[in-house]
Design a protein around this ligand. Structure first.
Ligand code: LMR
Length: 329
């Protein structure tokens, strides 16, 4: 530390490390809605650890999991107001801002995490992630969770007809709604923090989620069946408030940026293992009857849901579809 003269003489192009001002004492709040043993929380923890260590404790990162600070309904607004500096919401929750955020809900769009990552790291994905700048919000990096599976009461699901008359909770968005309509089911968007109770009380018959979310929130405790589908995905991006981001001095931002990169690396590296582990725990608990579909059974769902691509082509864009396709190659 030391220098208290603030004159930054000799800026040679603003490449950090100018030495005119050191790391700023800062508290950063990171709010999210899921439990601790999930890819998102592990990514948030890695971000915190990196930043606090690299800044010698000058920067503190407070993580608020389980909707304990803000939930689905209010985290975005509070990011816009800079009451929280990082959130990492399910991208499908931004469809009201830009319908292209429906991409994770397109049926069977991505073969695996790597393909989803390739899409969001590519030109189209980046364009979508940075489309919230009018709100003063910046999308930094995509963090994967994984493929979603159905859990439900009433009857086992192994064919498209089996959803007839059931009602499912969704994360929101026109494409998820269309999926359930196509399958003869109803749907309702409910915040994640209210989902366990909604399932327990029978407000809805079922929901779709990743193994890590199902396991960590114990949805299997209040459902009878789980069908392993991988038909849609939960993927996140870490979003920040632009004014906060740009207001940091170079020394501070360099550390925070590197922290976000460390978190991204961890979230991406651990997503699959956390979901595989979640699946094992759900099996061990034995609360749900598990239906693993055969290739033919999956194909029946693919065929039934295929028309959704045409339905949304104008809104989402043929160029986005093309980028999704090439991300799988
Ligand atoms: C959900 O609402 O089911 C998920 O999007 C929650 C999350 O953030 O993973």
């Amino acid at each position: 530390c030391g220098s208290d003269d603030a004159s930054g003489e000799g800026d040679s192009g603003g490449d950090g490390d100018s030495g005119d001002d050191g790391v700023q004492e800062t508290t950063i709040k990171f709010s999210h809605v899921v439990a601790e043993n999930t890819p998102k929380h592990q990514g948030a923890l890695a971000t915190k650890e990196y930043i606090e260590e690299a800044s010698d404790g000058k920067i503190t990162v407070e993580i608020y999991p389980n909707s304990s600070l803000f939930g689905d309904q209010d985290e975005y607004q509070n990011l816009v107001s800079n009451n929280v500096q990082f959130i990492a919401p399910d991208l499908s929750k931004f469809v009201g801002n830009n319908p292209q955020f429906n991409v994770p809900s397109l049926p069977f769009a991505f073969d695996n995490d790597a393909a989803a990552i390739a899409f969001w790291d590519g030109d189209k994905g980046q364009e979508i992630l940075t489309s919230l700048t009018d709100d003063g919000v910046l999308g930094l990096y995509m963090w994967p969770n994984g493929g979603k599976h159905l859990t439900n009461d009433s009857n086992p699901i192994d064919s498209p007809d089996d959803l007839e008359g059931l009602k499912f909770r969704t994360q929101g968005g026109q494409v998820l709604e269309a999926i359930y309509t196509t399958l003869g089911a109803g749907s309702e968007s409910i915040p994640f923090g209210e989902l366990y109770t909604a399932l327990d009380q029978g407000v809805v018959d079922g929901q779709e989620n990743t193994f890590s979310n199902i396991e960590s929130k114990k949805f299997d405790e209040v459902q009878d069946y789980m069908t392993v589908m991988n038909h849609t995905r939960v993927d996140y991006a870490i979003f920040t408030n632009t004014e906060f981001w740009e207001g940091m001095n170079d020394a501070t931002r360099e550390i925070v940026e590197a922290g976000v990169e460390a978190g991204t690396e961890t979230a991406r590296a651990e997503a699959k293992a956390l979901n595989d582990g979640g699946y094992e725990i759900i099996k061990e608990r034995g609360d749900v009857e598990i239906i693993e579909l055969t290739t033919d059974q999956v194909q029946a769902f693919r065929d039934t849901l295929e028309p959704i691509y045409n339905e949304f082509e104008d809104e989402i864009g043929a160029d986005v579809y093309e980028a999704v396709r090439s991300a799988n190659e």
